[in-house]
Design a protein around this ligand. Structure first.
Ligand code: SAM
Length: 219
């Protein structure tokens, strides 16, 4: 049983109508997932009432849970199918992984901070998102053990698309990642067609940096 209330259900409806549909996200499966996942349970208790506002929120380790619209836009662009196996890089609170879990068969999510990894794994289990597998490691190298994936979603800003992630993409698979400098990025979508990687550019965005072997160095 997910602890929820009419107050938060109404907040989710308003969020989807005013922040997400209005900005052009149309896929009914994505809209439904955003209506269903109790975002307020992925932030500190003291921030629960702000969880549905139109901005990212702070979580532990100076990281963030992404703005609802960005979660929806990235998920729609990734376009996972019910039979898809998806890899997320940057578990954070576990919210994006929970949204993906409602749309895909299996979700692997990788986090580099032990405290965030443990908290998200416990939260996702408590909320019955059993098809999410949480991994503690450097996600800039992907997660070779369960590769290849039909979809890869990177939720931290990368200087370039890590080669390791491209290699872990299935033929026909799709990768979505924010790419740019440490403060400003643009969403990039790569579709693998055999040995060819087709690149498209999307909306400007701001993410915390992807720190790791194929990301940014730690400061
Ligand atoms: N998807 C998350 C959510 O729904 O709450 C928000 C992700 S937050 C914007 C970015 C996350 O990426 C942070 O938790 C950060 O620690 C993590 N991160 C940064 N570099 C990473 C790496 N190399 N491997 C795994 N996680 C990384």
């Amino acid at each position: 049983m997910i602890p929820d209330s009419d107050y938060f259900k109404q907040a989710r409806k308003k969020m989807v109508k005013e922040q997400i549909r209005k900005r052009g996200v149309k896929d009914p499966r994505v809209l439904d997932a955003l209506l269903t996942v109790p975002r307020h349970l992925f932030v500190e208790k003291s921030l629960q009432k702000e969880a549905y506002e139109d901005r990212p929120q702070p979580i532990a380790e100076e990281q963030t849970i992404s703005q609802p619209y960005i979660v929806a836009a990235m998920t729609e662009w990734l376009n996972p199918f019910p039979e898809s196996r998806v890899l997320e890089i940057g578990t954070g609170s576990g919210y994006q992984a929970a949204v993906l879990a409602l749309l895909a068969r299996e979700v692997y999510t990788v986090e580099r901070h032990r405290a965030l990894h443990l908290e998200a794994a416990e939260r996702l289990k408590r909320l019955n998102f059993h098809q999410v597998i949480c991994v503690l490691s450097d996600g800039s190298l992907g997660y070779e053990a369960a590769a290849p994936y039909d979809g890869i979603l990177v939720t931290a800003g990368a200087p370039h698309i890590p080669e390791a992630l491209l290699n872990q993409l299935n033929d026909g698979g799709v990768l979505v990642a924010p790419v740019g400098d440490r403060r400003h990025q643009r969403l990039i979508r790569i579709t693998r067609l055999g040995d060819e990687f087709v690149r498209e550019e999307g909306t400007p965005c701001r993410f915390v940096p992807l720190i790791g072997n194929q990301g940014w160095p730690e400061k």
